[in-house]
Design a protein around this ligand. Structure first.
Ligand code: ADP
Ligand code: AMP
Length: 204
């Protein structure tokens, strides 16, 4: 099971990826999570990544592609993986084609007008779980592991607008790229989390 989760920022890729990774017992490979871990550990990659992430722009391809290439070469990815947040432009997709054979690309579709609210209301846990303030009922801890939730530095209104514009210009063309490759399935992401999950499973 070698799967890409495609979709705009806030479409629900991470939310679905944690569930799918558990169901199919395959690793969830999120380039955003990898960059955030590098930022937290103040690695050289983290320093470079932070300067782009803070502005809502893409981290340069040479850094990003190499990270994914190395991660997918690890033994736990042999049977399958879920790519979340990669590829994000045509160059990355072409590079990926050289070192992995992806079987399905699940495009989670949500109307752009709903995405700003989803992202600015997002609260995350170090364990990878995402929540939305509207459904937390004032809770500040993760229901899964109990740790304190926090808001991502780039989940503010200014950066979100830039990220959505980057998505439209650079990432959305991948819908066509994977449609032409016969790998694309599109899922309505504007349904409750369980229904989106069900639809993804039926499509695989
Ligand atoms: P992405 O990884 O695509 O950026 P997330 O999975 O982190 O998106 O979800 C973004 C926000 O939207 C989070 O606050 C999450 O709780 C919320 N969310 C995810 N899926 C749904 C859904 N189906 N309906 C409503 N809110 C959702
Ligand atoms: P995400 O966690 O997917 O929302 O990504 C957060 C940020 O990390 C993005 O806004 C980019 O700055 C950076 N990033 C994540 N994945 C990629 C990628 N494939 N290419 C370039 N930058 C990326």
């Amino acid at each position: 099971m070698k799967i890409i989760l495609l979709g705009a920022p806030g479409a629900g890729k991470g939310t679905q990826a944690t569930r799918l990774a558990e169901k199919y017992q395959i690793p969830h490979v999120s380039t955003g999570d990898i960059f955030r871990a590098n930022i937290k550990n103040a690695t050289p990659i983290g320093v470079v990544a932070k300067s782009y992430i803070d502005k809502g722009q893409l981290v340069p391809d040479e850094v990003t592609v190499e990270i994914v290439k190395q991660r997918l070469a690890e033994s736990d990815c042999e049977k399958g993986f879920l790519l979340d947040g990669f590829p994000r432009n045509t160059f990355q997709a072409e590079e990926l084609d050289k070192f992995a054979s992806v079987e399905k690309v699940v495009n989670i579709n949500v109307d752009t007008t709903k995405l700003v609210k989803r992202i600015t209301g997002r609260r995350v846990c170090q364990c990878g779980e995402s929540y939305h303030v509207d459904f937390l009922n004032g809770k500040t801890d993760c229901a899964k592991c109990g740790k304190t939730l926090y808001q991502r530095a780039d989940d503010n209104e200014v950066t979100v607008k830039e990220r959505l514009s980057v998505y439209e210009k650079q990432t959305a063309p991948l819908i066509d790229y994977y449609e032409k490759a016969g790998k694309l399935v599109t899922i309505n992401g504007d349904q409750n989390i369980d229904k989106v999950f069900e639809d993804i499973i039926s499509s695989l």
